[in-house]
Design a protein around this ligand. Sequence first.
Ligand code: UN1
Length: 510
Amino acid sequence: MVDATAVLKRLGIDPAAVVSGVHAGSRLEKPGGEVIESINPASGATLARVATGSKEDYDHCAQKASETFRAWRSLPAPARGEVVRRITETLRLHKEDLGMLVTLEVGKIRSEGLGEVQEMIDMGEFAVGLSRQLYGLTIASERPDHRMMEQWHPLGPVGVITAFNFPVAVWAWNAMIAAVCGDTLIWKPSPLTPLTAIAVQNLVDRVVEPMGWSGVFNLCVGEAQTVGESMIADPRLPLISATGSCRMGRRVGAVVAGRLGRTILELGGNNAVILTPKANFDLATRAVLFAAVGTAGQRCTTLRRLIIHESIAEPFVARIARAFEGIVIGDPADERTLMGPLIRPQAVEAYRKALEAARAQGGDLVKGGRVLEDRPGFFVEPTIVRARPDMPIVGEETFAPILYVLTYREFDEALAIHNAVEQGLSSAIFTDDLLEAERFLGPEGSDCGIANVNIGTSGAEIGGAFGGEKATGGGREAGSDSWKAYMRRQTCTINRGKTLPLAQGVKFDL
Ligand code: UN1
């Protein structure tokens, strides 16, 4: 048994007290919102109670973030990078405990809990390097003795809304980049995972307080209706970066667009693998297992649809079904476990309902399908359903380990099935045929933000830009040039001459 109290205490959380979920520069002793409970989904037990923020508490955070922005934006970017470097170092020192807290609060298996913290560390290191870059361009000017350039300035305080399933890594995608870009932030984590957020905030505070930079990173745990709505409507925040469901994204997108603010939206996925007869089946088996069952099917990048050539469907599905039998479901803190619980009873209900719908719409259950009611916690079996692409349930993202198997005859049909869903996050093809792979990656191939060859749909590295198209929201976070969304671009033209030539040959002489 893990000593949860000891883990929490080492991360600055006293589970015997009501823990404050609001840090506006420093911890607010008595936030005014409701008190919520953090539940361990593997046991149903309460880990701690958390006081959430009221609208007024949110306002405090926004004020602090705005005030601090005015100074932070003028600190040279490499000096901001030094703050991020120290935060990253602190995360590295607390990787074990923080990873364990992810396991306790989200139910991720040990290796995935640790992997999540590693993703934060990777992000921090990426951001430190970036702090000495943030490159602009010089552009050839058409006017004599003129120079044109493009530079990037800090944008402002950023609102960061994260989901339960990557409770800390997605904060790092945003926070590490925003900070080196000269932005401050207010973080609204999922109310299902307040403790991981508070633990991260405590670690960050330990670094930034002595450096005089409290107020760069602010935290406001709270409900969507209070903290979330205040945040998205707040004109002080030029950018809202939100991860969650398409429904949530539609609301955030509409409200922020209404005030002509910017958003980065990372919403639902309905990710597929196309498996062709030319695939390496050993590789494909392992990839399908991790992508479909990893994190108990609760990643945005989870594999939900297997689009397989009809000639190989029977044996391959049998092979996957056999492999499912070897998956140890149970206590995520136990090193042997491969699949932990779902996050809460509502998620179990959604799993049950999706299977009911699949059955009613003509799907065939191949494997799994049971809720494991014989134990405490919110456990279900990983499940395979033979389905048809036109079944409405196949178009939906159910945050649970349900894999729909769809068959195809012609390669073009596979691509059509692949792209025929609302969402467009992650995708993959398994084939050793160069032309099939290249067609998948071509403009008429996968319409997703992430497209892989001989790799599953989940588990992206931070170096690339992460995000998707269509109903996934279009935002990009983490690596590549995602940082540009956190800055404002300025085009500058400088005249070093003594005359004033006008662009486009316009004459305007007295
Ligand atoms: C998410 O599920 O919101 O690519 C993020 C992956 C992880 C991130 C998932 N690196 O699966």
